[in-house]
Design a protein around this ligand. Structure first.
Ligand code: GLU
Length: 552
């Protein structure tokens, strides 16, 4: 036995499997040419950041735009400090709420599906250790016995010396060249140790790679002897990334660009292990305007950083995804204009069209996008989704909507399904206000008139209208009657005529219908008034007309 073999046995006496065994357990996937394998790999903190949802969506689209690819969920729970109870369930259901589904991987707390697991890092210790053992055997990794204090004083020393590069490398790496006897004595005396990479990188050499979003990148090679296994034998993110993405046969790593500076290290790790590095696509963070500057959307400062914000406010999942698509690919909006009702899955997503700099988050834009999305839904869809939201977040609305389903669907049908549907609703928490004049429980009359209409004239309009109102009139007859009210009361049915000769009239037909609209709905702007009246019914409309006459 040579020293490497002796060290490997000393460090990993119980590891009998080799990387070659795992090659057989996790064979190449045999997908069709060009099919991609990608993943979403969150830590189970229970908090799903909008940026996480964005990354998951991009990663999924990358796969889905490539034929029979595979998209899987891996839970990165090696950092126990950050783990929260039920974090996994929160992430799985959080993603599911937005239609982000997986082909394989973790499906819930302690459950998973697929042949490339376990998909939870804390269950993969043996796999990491067998790759680590192979690295030790080849002299590419070594145990480091430096304590926290020693590492701190190394840093202080480097600062004092003003070295260009700081860290654990080359001459500074005290444990890099310990003899086997020293290593053995330390281990046998029970000293805690980490396992470090014996980096082959050189400070005078650079590495080039092609990021699928950021383009060609050149950086200095990694020279750091980074930690692969912590003192408890648990891998660092870097090492787990190489091992997992190799054995899970990931072809495309889509992740936040905070990792881009680690790519030289990751490439070295893949190569040291004898693995082929994946393709990388680094996503810029979603930014927010703040005091004239830009900053990352922050979990601490911005409620809209958490995806639960969107669920709670009642943004349909389609709207949030639609908005994220507009910031993902700049041609999405043109595509949408040309394909108004096409499912999002038909959009030809292209990773290369992602913006290399961070997109600016814009709530107003989200609202506009969402109004469009909701405007092309059917009344049944609006009803079902609003009801489902109300069930969790608004008891009163839930009971009103479920009391008379046909009536509620009638409300949502108004002006829907036309070439130019109205865009009134951005999220379900606006529904209560939107439907308020249809429900006694929600309705408070407000007879405030526009400045150009006097109370007397309004009362005269309403009285005259009561005389002719007939719930059975179709829309044309209904409008003809409103026009007929105009002249005897000093208004004109002709808007153009009014504009030519404003002093000759009290107002035009629009003002007359505004008065009626206010009486029936207490609003100046509503969807089609004829439909509203039909839905409210003759008795209710008459009662409202009279009520306003008596109260102004
Ligand atoms: N767990 C890492 C993170 O949450 C995953 C990064 C990756 O996708 O590789 O940042």
């Amino acid at each position: 036995m040579n020293d490497n073999q002796k060290l490997a046995e000393l460090l990993f006496p119980n590891i009998t499997k080799t990387p070659a065994d795992y090659e057989k357990t996790y064979p190449e996937r045999g997908l069709s040419e060009g099919a991609r394998v990608s993943r979403f790999a969150p830590s189970p903190t229970g908090f799903l950041h909008l940026g996480g949802l964005f990354a998951a969506m991009i990663s999924r689209l990358t796969v889905k735009s490539s034929g029979d690819g595979v998209f899987f969920l891996r839970i990165e729970d090696t950092d126990k400090k950050r783990e929260v109870e039920d974090g996994v369930t929160a992430i799985v259901s959080g993603l599911e709420n937005f239609g982000i589904t997986f082909d394989e991987g973790v499906t819930g707390f302690g459950t998973e599906s697929g042949d490339y697991g376990p998909y939870q890092q804390s269950l993969r210790k043996e796999i990491y250790q067998s790759v680590a053992k192979a690295l030790v055997l080849e002299g590419k990794a070594y145990p480091c016995f430096c304590t926290e204090d020693e590492l701190n004083s190394l840093r202080a020393e480097q600062e004092k010396a003003g070295t260009d590069i700081q860290g654990y490398f080359g001459e500074w790496a005290k444990c890099r060249n310990l003899s086997f006897e020293e290593q053995k004595a330390n281990i046998e005396s029970g000293k805690p140790y980490t396992l470090r990479l014996r980096s082959q990188g050189r400070p005078d050499r650079r590495i080039k790679f092609d990021d699928l979003i950021k383009g060609k990148i050149e950086m200095p090679e990694n020279i750091q002897d980074v930690v692969l296994l912590k003192t408890d034998g648990i891998p660092t993110y870097h090492f787990a990334h190489a091992v997992d993405d190799h054995y899970m046969r990931t072809t495309h790593v889509v992740r936040g660009d905070e990792w881009i500076s680690s790519v030289p290290l990751h490439i070295e790790l893949f190569k040291s292990c004898g693995f082929k590095p994946p393709k990388y696509a680094h996503i810029s963070p979603i930014m927010k305007e703040d005091n004239g500057g830009k900053r990352k959307l922050s979990k601490r400062k911005d409620p809209e950083a958490s995806v639960s914000f969107y669920t709670e406010s009642g943004y349909p999942k389609e709207s949030v995804i639609e908005y994220l698509l507009t910031i993902a690919n700049s041609n999405f909006e043109d595509w949408r204009r040309a394909n108004k009702t096409a499912p999002q899955s038909e959009f030809p997503f292209n990773l290369k069209k992602m913006s290399a700099s961070g997109a600016l988050f814009d709530l107003n834009k989200l609202n506009d996008v969402s109004k469009n999305v909701i405007s092309v839904m059917t009344a049944d869809e609006v009803y079902d989704k609003a009801l489902a939201w109300a069930k969790s977040f608004d008891d009163e609305l839930y009971s009103l909507l479920s009391r008379d389903e046909a009536f509620a669907k009638g409300i949502f049908s108004i002006d829907r399904g036309t070439a130019k549907p109205r865009k009134d609703i951005a999220k379900w928490d606006e529904i209560k206000d939107y439907v308020s004049y249809f429900y006694k429980e929600l309705y408070t009359p407000d007879y405030t008139l526009p400045e150009n209409i006097s109370k007397e004239d309004a009362a005269a309009v309403l009285k005259a209208y009561l005389e002719v109102f007939d719930i059975n009139d179709d829309k044309d007859a209904w409008f003809a009657k409103i026009k007929e009210l105009c002249e005897p009361l000093g208004f004109t049915p002709n808007v153009k005529e009014f504009k030519k000769n404003p002093d000759a009239y009290k107002g035009h037909v629009g003002d007359v219908s505004t008065v009626i609209r206010i009486a029936v709905t207490s609003r100046r702007n509503t969807p089609d008034l004829h439909s509203i009246m039909s839905l409210l019914g003759a008795d209710e409309v008459k009662a409202r007309l009279e009520e306003m006459i008596n109260n102004i």
